[in-house]
Design a protein around this ligand. Structure first.
Ligand code: FEO
Length: 400
């Protein structure tokens, strides 16, 4: 049965939720599910804004058929070609062969890579800044390269002041009930997952996101319709843009300490716990601790974008960094982590190497200071280690 949500006099959300998928992009756990959003204008002409993942194809096609009620689908706008939005594009074309596809030249090339339907006869190829008036709506197309693929663009409906933002302003989490962020407790229930979505999916492309935000700043935007998660309107828009600008510029959101530890038999974990207690004694209480073997890296990476100070505590393993910690540091580097203050704790029963190697790994973070000392333990925390942890806690406090 169809399940649509009306957004304006002639615009509808026609997406769907997937609460069964274990790993988004086959990488990221999504315990709260995910929504695949698509939108349909049913005005003087009918315009579909993006399609959806295969997982929600059933309800998506029922939604279109219900709203069209026998009318033709005139246009499909393709803002982003990743299959979580375009897997059903060929099926849509099969059902509505008269629809013209509005997209840019890079998208045409990608459509040919993913599908074998005839795009050339259907394509209305637009470029940066082009405008088209369709069905009483004046649409302008703004390229958003690498937010999150090179062909990505956003579409602005200047008539109703609506921005179709593609992956930008998306959120992990299925939409339960209201589609509007201002009608749910977004900050408490969904901000963490919004941050985890942004940092992991688009976090590497901060400069490109900042460029898009700059372009968007010149527009009067009353509503933002992303491809995942909740629709923004009113004050929520500015609030969320501020969050995006913080993340896109790699500025810490909060003064606080992330302690990520990789421990084989508990010695390194003990050192991390002791350090956390020492920080609390020094008045630092905004501390988030994660065992890198127990928590998926996407959560820790998201926390790293939030916190001003990062502590990595790791055992030595195969003469290197304990593998889950090595993977985390590599993930942080791949996502352009920068502008942080870092503390290190190393462990090695016979040849501690992880401190030196973590220092090398962290040197890839731009504008990042590594504090002294690197606290060392050999198997378990000794009196000497305890003193070094105290000195590291002092250094963190002094840099706060
Ligand atoms: Fe939600 Fe980059 O696709």
């Amino acid at each position: 049965m169809y399940n649509v949500k009306q957004l304006t006099h002639d615009l509808y959300w026609i997406g769907g939720n997937d609460r069964r998928l274990a790993l988004f992009e086959n990488v990221y756990p999504i315990p709260q599910g995910v929504s695949y959003n698509a939108y349909l204008y049913v005005g003087e002409q009918t315009v579909l804004m993006d399609t959806v993942d295969h997982a929600v194809a059933g309800v998506f096609f029922e939604n279109i058929a219900h709203l069209l009620n026998g009318r033709t689908l005139d246009y499909i706008v393709v803002n982003h070609m990743e299959p979580d939005h375009c897997a059903t594009l060929a099926d849509t074309v099969l059902r509505y062969p008269e629809a013209k596809i509005i997209c840019n030249a890079k998208t045409v090339a990608m459509i040919k890579q993913f599908f074998d339907f005839d795009i050339d006869s259907r394509a209305v190829v637009i470029k940066e800044g082009d405008s088209l008036t369709i069905g009483g709506h004046a649409f302008t197309f703004v390229m958003a390269p690498m937010v999150h693929w090179p062909e990505a663009m956003v579409t602005y409906d200047a008539t109703d002041k609506i921005l179709f933002s593609a992956d930008a302003f998306g959120t992990f989490g299925a939409v339960s009930g209201s589609i509007f962020a201002d009608e749910v407790d977004f900050e408490n229930r969904h901000l963490d997952e919004a941050r985890r979505y942004y940092t992991n999916i688009v976090g590497k492309y901060g400069p490109q996101v900042a460029a898009l935000l700059k372009k968007a700043a010149g527009l009067d935007i009353q509503m933002v319709c992303p491809l995942h998660g909740w629709v923004l309107r009113g004050e929520t828009i500015g609030w969320f843009i501020d969050k995006y600008m913080t993340w896109a510029t790699y500025a810490p959101e909060e003064k606080g300490v992330l302690i990520a530890y990789g421990s084989i038999y508990g010695g390194t974990e003990n050192a991390a716990e002791i350090l956390a207690g020492m920080l609390a004694e020094r008045g630092i209480t905004n501390i988030a601790m994660y065992d890198v073997s127990a928590t998926h890296a996407s959560y820790i990476l998201s926390e790293a974008f939030k916190m001003s100070h990062l502590v990595f505590a790791s055992s030595t393993y195969n003469a290197g960094i304990f593998s889950p910690m090595e993977a985390l540091l590599s993930d942080l580097t791949a996502h352009s982590m920068q502008n942080r203050t870092v503390g290190l704790v190393q462990n090695g029963t016979w040849a501690p190497m992880s401190g030196k190697l973590m220092q090398q790994a962290v040197s890839a973070f731009k504008n990042t200071t590594v504090l002294e000392p690197v606290a060392t333990l050999r198997s378990t925390v000794s009196e000497k280690t305890y003193e070094e942890l105290g000195a590291l806690a002092d250094a963190i406090k002094a840099s706060f």
